[in-house]
Design a protein around this ligand. Structure first.
Ligand code: PBG
Ligand code: ZN
Length: 323
């Protein structure tokens, strides 16, 4: 049989017809950091273009997001008062509960995801209750108050709950609590495979959540472990998670692909603060073609198997796609 070794060069039109991966504005969830007060919009020095905002500013921001076609946000709260158990997050008058209510009232079409954790709300900055004896997070005590926090979010009108603390058994706990309170159809997006990562540095500045002692290695994953990474997500699928996640994204795309192939749930990636900052500052220095690198990065997430991209670049990407 005749075999032609030279491949036909495709023109631009045909290249776009056969392109295997696409990025759409519908793929994105945009993170927002909410604090109390009025008319507050403070840029984070380590993440140009990212702000801490008071609720009134968040409402204005939602207006802008809608114009860009972005209808999904994930909320992080920065409370006025932090204590050992993160009381602000357990109270219906806490910052997150207030923010959810205000957003759903002013912008009912926005899909509001809530990050469920304690590190932003505790004075020690860890993702749960500290066991005084062992000076580490007490998993089971944290599960109990996590269920409480989930109900606070649900009552306030959250559209999806995203537990990010990597506590064992969190999905079972939240599912039972939500079902028991009549929220059977409130979905859970699990930060199922979350690595102990240096890439979270800038986030801890925005969220003011740097641990006051120790690190998160006892509950977050070792970056060197592949089999464990997959097992963590499989476990959360079995516990009833609706969406799985790999975080950070860029250094872990092999893991995204493997989890995608090993499970049947939709997958999210969290393109974290340090990843954003690296590209941002390189772009500001004129070292790279910023827009091009951002798009190439987003395509890599989709190609690896992500269905959802949580990214601080979401607004910029939406603008690029409009062009
Ligand atoms: C809190 C949380 C973190 C991020 C999202 N939720 C930080 C952490 O675990 O220290 C990181 C997000 C980012 O870096 O953009 N559990
Ligand atoms: Zn946390």
């Amino acid at each position: 049989m005749f075999q032609r070794f030279r491949r036909t060069r495709l023109n631009t039109h045909l290249r776009s017809l056969v392109r295997e991966t696409s990025v759409s504005v519908n793929d994105f969830i945009y993170p927002l950091f909410v604090r109390s007060g009025e008319k507050i919009k403070t840029e984070v020095s380590s993440m140009p273009g990212v702000f801490q905002m008071s609720i009134d500013e968040v409402l204005k921001e939602c207006e802008e997001l809608k114009k860009l076609g972005l209808y999904s946000i994930i909320l992080f709260g920065i409370p006025d008062v932090k204590d050992s158990i993160g009381s602000d997050s357990l109270c219906e008058h806490g910052i997150i509960a207030k923010a959810i209510r205000a957003i759903k009232e002013a912008h009912p079409e926005m899909f509001v995801v809530t990050d469920l954790c304690f590190c932003e709300y505790t004075d020690h900055g860890h993702c749960g209750i500290i066991d005084e004896k062992n000076q580490t997070v007490n998993n089971d005590a944290t599960l109990k108050i996590s269920a409480q926090q989930a109900i606070v979010h649900a009552k306030a009108g959250a559209d999806m709950i995203a537990p990010s603390g990597m506590m064992d058994g969190i999905i079972t706990t939240l599912r039972e609590a939500l079902d028991g309170a009549g929220y059977e159809n409130l979905p859970i997006m699990s930060y199922s495979t979350k690595f102990a990562s240096g890439y979270y540095g800038p986030f801890r500045e925005v969220a003011e959540s740097t641990p006051s002692f120790g690190d998160r290695a006892s509950y977050q994953m070792d970056p060197a472990n592949r089999r464990e990474a997959i097992a963590e997500s499989i476990s959360d699928e079995a516990q009833g998670a609706d969406i799985l996640m790999v975080k950070p994204a860029l250094a872990y795309l092999d893991i995204v692909r493997e989890i995608k192939d090993a499970t049947s749930l939709p997958m999210a990636v969290y393109n974290v603060s340090g990843e954003y900052a690296m590209i941002k500052f390189a772009g500001m220095q004129g070292l790279i073609d910023y827009d091009r690198v951002v798009m190439e990065t987003m395509v890599s997430f989709k190609r690896a198997g992500a269905d959802i991209i949580i990214s601080y670049h979401a607004k910029e990407v939406a603008k690029m796609l409009q062009k």
